[in-house]
Design a protein around this ligand. Structure first.
Ligand SMILES: Nc1ncnc2c1ncn2[C@@H]1O[C@H](COP(=O)(O)OP(=O)(O)OP(=O)(O)O)[C@@H](O)[C@H]1O
Length: 574
């Protein structure tokens, strides 16, 4: 190609014989010095010459050339193949590299994710630690404040004692000085005083003698005229009898009032409401109170009056009421009850009614009142049970929201004071008693301490009212607040276009309502009616009020849900 077209190269042999010609032909014939035998070469040269001279030499050369070209083409094809192969390999390499890069990126992303998660965990942990530290600091602070308060109280007490002691000493010294002074003076004035006394005695004697003389004279005259007048005699007898009766009544009343004042003063602060008579009540309703005191009033016999319950629960509660009344009659030990279920389902109502029907007094306390009492809670609880023991009739102690106070000592985080209060409560309720029965009410009884659970003899579950119960409750409260409101002065409500179909619709719409919610709904109907001229409740207002109530209930539920979630998160963080 580079040799100038088809020109032959300078050293290229022109023929086969040339090609076979030895370059340096041996000069000295057959030499055996190197062991090389030239004869073969000569024969080959001769053969080549023969070939040159042959007619087919040119064709043979052409053939060789053609073969050579073919080989060159083959080599080129091979090269192209190799190039293609190299290309393919390069493409594969690129793909591999991309693959590797992707994997590296994935690994990097994963690593970053783990790092972020770890950082997040660290951050959470840091916050939890911070919260714990803050809590610890607050507790420490509180402890310190309590210690300071205790120290101050101690100092105040000591100062007061010291002051009292000083005051006493001063008083004694003053009294002594005064007495001594008076004695000295008395001694000095002795004669004068003697004279004065003598004169006073004489004067007194004269006055008395004169008075007796005058009195005798008047009395003699008066008595004789009085005895002669029978009208006056009868009047006198009546007056004396009246005075005697008055004195006797006053003495008895003072005794009774005294007993009530004592009872009132002794009422423990933990008791929020009680059926035991108080002095205030006695003064406000003397007649009713006296009747109650001596058990003269009309006694309720139906423990479930005004309480709407599903059939099974109704039966269970009636049995409890009968057995409690018999327990009291037979002076057997009372059984303790646990009433559990959602708020506003009638637990308190039943406890009150149970006490009334079984002839017991009742006292209502709330679990939430115990914690704020701090270390005084123990004393107050002892006071409560001591007071319970003084009840003549026997006392039903109703502990509302009991879970707030009787939480498990194992799981719940309760303070030392609460723990002591719980222990005091357990101590006082540990043995059977025929003086008081405890009725616990709770929305979350699962949080109770094991020992409290152990003290419960019977458990009763109150559920949200079903359709039938809601129907009965709506009827009950429509009667109570709209058609026949209690009290002579309360105005009756006139309903317009409200019949069974409307009530039925409300029964459906109030699904999920508690007894309390239904009674509040009836009160809202009443309020809406009182807002009109003539106290009328029409159909539209009837349903709008229900709608409004439902919305409020949903909002409340939302809030409660959020509060529960927040509490859960807090608990997790802890
Ligand atoms: N079963 C019911 N039948 C009739 N009225 C009911 C019933 N349940 C609740 N109510 C009404 O709801 C009011 C509140 O009921 P109660 O105080 O007995 O509920 P509770 O279960 O003790 O609630 P909490 O757990 O909040 O103390 C009652 O005064 C009454 O008007």
């Amino acid at each position: 190609m580079f040799g100038g077209g088809g020109r032959k190269r300078r050293d290229e042999p022109q023929s086969l014989s040339q090609a076979m010609q030895p370059e340096n032909p041996p000069t000295g014939g057959r030499s055996n010095v190197t062991g090389f035998d030239p004869e073969g070469l000569e024969r080959a040269a001769k053969a080549a010459r023969d070939l040159d001279n042959s007619r087919n030499a040119q064709a043979a050369i052409e053939l060789i050339k053609t073969q050579e070209t073919t080989k060159q083409h083959e080599a080129a094809a091979k090269r192209a193949e190799m190039d293609a192969y190299a290309q393919q390999m390069r493409a594969q390499n690129i793909e591999k590299e991309a693959d590797e890069a992707r994997k590296t990126l994935d690994a990097q992303t994963q690593h970053d994710k783990h790092r972020m998660e770890y950082q997040d965990q660290l951050e959470r942990k840091r916050q939890v630690d911070m919260l714990n530290a803050q809590k610890y600091m607050q507790e420490e602070q509180l402890k310190k404040q309590e210690e300071i308060a205790a120290r101050q109280e101690e100092m105040r007490r000591k100062t007061a004692e010291y002051e009292a002691e000083l005051r006493t000493k001063t008083e004694i010294a003053k009294a002594r000085a005064e007495t001594e002074g008076r004695i000295a003076q008395e001694r000095q004035n002795h004669d004068l005083i003697l004279e004065k006394v003598r004169l006073e005695a004489k004067e007194h004697r004269d006055t008395v003698l004169q008075a007796i003389t005058d009195g005798g004279k008047i009395l003699g005259e008066g008595l004789s005229s009085y005895l002669e007048d029978t009208e006056k005699l009868r009047n006198t007898a009546l007056t004396i009898t009246g005075i005697a009766v008055g004195v006797y009544t006053a003495r008895t009343s003072i005794g009774v009032a005294g007993r009530f004042v004592e009872a009132r003063l002794g009422k423990p602060s933990l008791v929020r409401e009680t059926s035991r008579l108080s002095a205030g009540q006695f003064l406000r309703q003397p007649l009713a109170s006296t009747q109650r005191l001596f058990g003269m009033g009309r006694k309720e016999t139906d423990a479930l009056k005004g309480i709407v319950l599903e059939n099974n629960l109704d039966t269970q509660l009636r049995k409890i009421a009968v057995s409690t009344a018999n327990t009291k009659k037979n002076r057997a030990p009372f059984r303790h009850l646990l009433l559990h279920g959602p708020p506003g389902t009638g637990k308190t109502m039943f406890a009150r009614s149970l006490a009334e029907c079984s002839g017991l007094d009742y006292a209502i306390l709330t679990g939430g009142d115990i914690a704020p009492l701090g270390r005084d809670a123990v004393t107050e609880l002892h006071k409560l049970f001591d007071w319970a023991k003084t009840s003549r009739k026997g006392l039903l102690v109703f502990v509302d929201e009991a879970d707030a106070f009787l939480q498990s000592r194992e799981t719940a985080r309760i303070s030392e004071d609460q723990r002591n209060a719980l222990n005091a409560f357990l101590f006082r309720t540990g043995t059977e008693s025929d003086q008081f029965m405890v009725v616990y009410a709770s929305n979350q009884p699962s949080q109770f301490d094991e020992a409290v659970m152990d003290r419960v003899d019977e458990m009763v579950e109150f559920r949200l009212p079903g359709e039938d119960e809601r129907r009965a409750m709506i009827a009950l409260y429509i009667e109570k607040y709209l058609l026949n409101p209690p009290g002579r002065l309360t105005k009756k409500v006139t309903t317009e276009n409200i019949a069974d179909a409307e009530i039925e619709r409300v029964v459906k719409e109030t699904e999920g309502f508690s007894g309390r919610a239904i009674s509040k709904l009836a009160i809202a109907w009443q309020a809406a009616a009182y807002g009109t001229e003539g106290a009328v409740l029409d159909r539209d207002t009837f349903f709008t009020t229900v709608e409004h109530h439902k919305k409020s209930m949903l909002t409340k539920e939302e809030w409660l849900k959020h509060a529960a979630e927040r509490a859960q998160l807090l608990a997790q963080d802890r």
